[in-house]
Design a protein around this ligand. Structure first.
Ligand code: EPU
Length: 418
């Protein structure tokens, strides 16, 4: 199995260009099925989660033209058959086929989604939303069968502003009869991107980016061409790296507003960031002091940046805390970070990590336990003294486009080895 080998301690200079957002692209691709004409999506990240979606499309008989960073649907008709666990289980975002297929064909038969094991990851809010629109949901040994004679707009309150449930209900509602209102909706940039994409095909969605989204159903969705929004988590990951190792390192093609929750915390710790319209750069690194972060839904501090933030806090003087409020199992990176020399305690309820800094890390053999945990180990390797070997790198490659090339080009010593 391939591994990542990193020789740490190199200062990084130059520019890292952020790609399109994974968590938007993985929704836009299933959403394209709803269109009645051709769809072209550009700025698609070249990651294995997109390969897994393409495999499902291929199985359903949808032939797409895939470029390195683009995907074109010339025909969106599917052979609406059962999607097996071997395909849906490869990624979390396979759940978006539920909303899209239900919205277009009123019948879905597929296995539950997979994804990183970072917590329980139920989809009850998605299914409750479909039921509110008039669908009947049956679950049978890991299989979900959803049927509707007709989908009719409804008032839906989400107990939690779930990204997946918000998008999935929108997908099911864009062609439903009448008006759907989603209250306590998610506001993440990728949710906004999916709404803008659907509106560009003629959908009628308003309240985009607010906690109350209104959708008036339409009969037809026409051709569109769309650029995926920049990946705020990829951007944030590289801004953290720049804060630790940058020497005139610029992270570009990002929207600084999307990661204000991160940059305000880095600045509180003492990082000197230059924040432009579409870039963030670090001229030089300094001495940083410990800070506390608490993960929240957007625009709060994203759970997906909590693990990449850990090596930064390990490098800060004094005590830092990370409180994780979204996922139950998101400190899996801590054990290997400790193995490399960090001093971290995780509370018995697995909700708070206390980090005693600053510690110097030393290269070791470690493992990516999940996507963002893997990114965290990459950062540990970059700042550590000596050689770090990271196993299970398929987790990292499912979400970071060309991470090895991007880091090498700015001076890191990182490569994939067998
Ligand atoms: N939740 C429920 N019921 C549901 C849905 C969610 O209880 O029906 C709970 C979850 O258990 C969790 C919270 O609500 O405690 C948040 O879940 P959400 O639905 O917002 O997450 P998701 O849609 O499954 C997406 C991203 C995750 C990211 C979260 C939070 C995708 C494919 N995944 O997951 O991304 O952590 O939103 O921002 O968009 C990652 O990229 O590494 C990743 C895990």
């Amino acid at each position: 199995m391939p591994k990542l080998k990193i020789v740490g301690g190199r200062r990084l200079s130059g520019e890292i260009v952020v790609d399109g957002a994974k968590n938007s692209a993985v929704a836009l691709i299933p959403a394209s099925i709803l269109c009645d004409e051709t769809v072209e999506i550009n700025n698609v990240p070249d990651i294995s989660d997109i390969d897994a979606l393409e495999e499902i499309l291929d199985y359903l008989g949808v032939k797409v033209e895939r470029g390195k960073h683009s995907i074109v649907f010339n025909d969106t008709k599917i052979d609406n058959k059962f999607i097996p666990c071997s395909m849906s289980g490869k990624l979390r975002a396979s759940y978006y086929f539920m909303g899209a297929i239900l919205g277009k064909y009123k019948h879905v038969d597929m296995c539950f989604p997979g994804g990183c094991s970072i917590g329980e990851r139920p989809i009850n809010l998605h299914l409750k939303g479909f039921e509110k629109l008039g669908a009947v949901v049956r679950e049978d040994d890991g299989r979900v069968i959803i049927d509707a004679d007709e989908l009719v707009g409804a008032e839906i309150f989400l107990d939690f502003p779930s990204v997946g449930a918000t998008i999935n209900i929108i997908l099911a509602a864009v062609k439903a009869r009448g008006k759907t209102v989603i209250d306590n909706a998610a506001k993440e940039p990728h949710v906004i991107d999916v709404c803008n994409f659907l509106n560009s095909m003629g959908a009628c969605i308003s309240g985009i980016g607010t906690g109350r989204i209104e959708i008036i159903g339409v009969d037809h969705l026409h051709a569109t061409k769309h650029n995926v929004v920049p990946d705020m988590i990829e951007a944030g990951t590289y801004v953290i790296i720049a804060s630790l190792l940058g020497k005139n390192l610029k992270v570009s093609n990002l929207d600084p507003l999307h990661i204000e929750s991160l940059t305000s915390k880095l600045e509180e710790a003492g990082v000197n960031l230059e924040i432009g319209d579409d870039y963030i750069s670090v001229a030089d690194v300094g001495e940083y002091k410990g800070i506390d972060i608490k993960t929240m839904v957007y625009p709060g501090f994203p759970t997906d940046l909590q693990q990449p933030m850990t090596p930064f806090l390990v490098s800060c003087e004094g005590i830092s805390h990370i409180e994780e409020t979204i996922w139950e199992n998101r400190f899996q990176n801590v054990a290997d970070t400790i193995k490399m020399g960090a001093s971290i305690e995780v509370s018995s309820d697995n909700k708070v990590a206390t980090i005693y800094g600053s510690s110097k890390l030393v290269g070791k053999e470690v493992s990516a336990t999940d996507l963002r945990g893997g990114a965290s180990m990459v950062i540990c390797g970059l700042i550590a003294e000596g050689e770090t070997i990271i196993d299970n790198i398929s987790y990292i490659l499912r979400g970071y486009d060309d991470i090895v090339g991007k880091l090498n080009r700015v001076g890191a010593d990182i490569k994939i080895v067998d």
